[in-house]
Design a protein around this ligand. Sequence first.
Ligand code: BG6
Length: 539
Amino acid sequence: MSTTPNPQAADSPKTGAGGNAAAQRSCKVSASPHGEPPSPAGKRPAPPCTLVIFGAGGDLTKRLLMPALYNLAVDGLLDAGMQIVGVNHGERETREWIEDLHQSLQKFAADKASTFHAGHLDDRAWDWVAQRLDYLAGDFETPDTFARLKQKLAQAPGGNVIFYLAVGSRFFKPIVEHLGETGLLKEDNGFRRVVIEKPFGADLASARDLNAHILSYAKESQVYRIDHFLGKDTVQSILAVRFANALFEPVWRREYIDSVQITAAETIGVEGRGKFYEQTGAFRDMVPNHLFQLLGMVAMEPPNSFDAEAVRDKKAEIFDAILPLTPNDVVFGQYEKGPAGVGYRDEPDVAADSTTETYAAARVFVENWRWAGVPFYLRTGKRLAARRTEISVQLKPVPFRLFRDTPVDALTPNVLTLRIDPAHGTSFDFNVKTPGPVMQIGPVQSSFNYGDFFGQSANVGYETLLYDCMLGDETLFQRADSIEATWCAVDGVLHPQTGGAAAVHGYAAGSEGPEGANALLARDGRAWRPLTRDAVEKK
Ligand code: BG6
């Protein structure tokens, strides 16, 4: 990570505010070899804009948004005219907010376990950001807040404003409504964009309702529904691995692929988020959003270009093709006291008889020509044996068992693993002849680690998403139709009152998850890849 602020950051050249950013990006990606070469970093500063953060005092702002803005400033990717207005309930002075953020950033920078482990803060870069911060105290549901915000935004650079809703989901509707009623979403002079965090709805009906409400105040092109998994380089790289290499795509289909496992295992518990988690549970928190996004990247057809709509159309086709889940396809679990700590029911703000799941596994089928019959096994959970987010693509056995009747009768299957977190890279399991005079075959693994090739980059996962939003590039954001398609696919397992929810099995904190999850694969003659199979760093 570079800790020296780019001297150009303070006076970096402005790009045209009204320029077609999506076109700029797609030109950059598909530029002809005779076209203008991209800059060495391949990126230019975003257009000038004001970023309004609702939830300025919240965890997301401190932990991820401010570190990401700091990293963007260090890389010279923010315009000198950028302003950041934080809106929050509490009365306080701008300087107090700045001091609070500064302390948080320093704490995270020094904390090796934090995503923002910069080591130390660079004073010049921080000062650059701090000079652009402004605080507005106000209730998210009171018109007066928005009237005062409007006054503040009268001087917004280039008229461009991004409203970032880093707030609890109950505030999404009122904030968008007030922005609309106050005229703050009108794009008369510059762009107006709204970034919405997850959870985007809690089921199909609520997601539809939320979409309809938002779209009665803003156009779809103004709405940026965020899924932070798509901000990860390792997730974006799935398309690069698939479509920039001749090796993989020919076998990327049902004729050669046996099954796909998508895992997002965490060692942390609910970390003080008991209230949120009690209502949400592991399935809604992770499956129709983060895990389905990974599934979409693995399963989508090649788009004709990296234009936002081309990519999002192909992903939408996959979500539409997911066979609706039934209770038979899912297994839920809840952690109990174990080697890694207390049980979920003993966590703060959790009911002593809670049946909320902290683990979810699902078997998903994508009903299209390429994937018919190939199971995608998804699992996620808290307080598991290891932190591991990855996708393992297991190939079918070779067609002819050349080595039958020899000691190498049973071959280990080829598995390509795309490692998202905390290891970043890929590995491939294949077979070779072991040394010696006898024909023996042994499984080996070849690995690629990002850090070995590219060094460590400063990235908390929100840099690309914020930067793309400033540019107007929606490729990595969710369209209304895709959000609804993902909820539609899982709606059948969300409602216990209609017999839709699965039973919740216990599992020991620090284990591989509930037994029932093993049974889900065992009935198909398969098994999960162990979470603790090799030395993957624990979070
Ligand atoms: C969030 C969930 O969206 O993603 C959390 O609400 C989860 O419960 C987190 O811990 C996982 O993200 P990451 O990037 O840490 O793997």
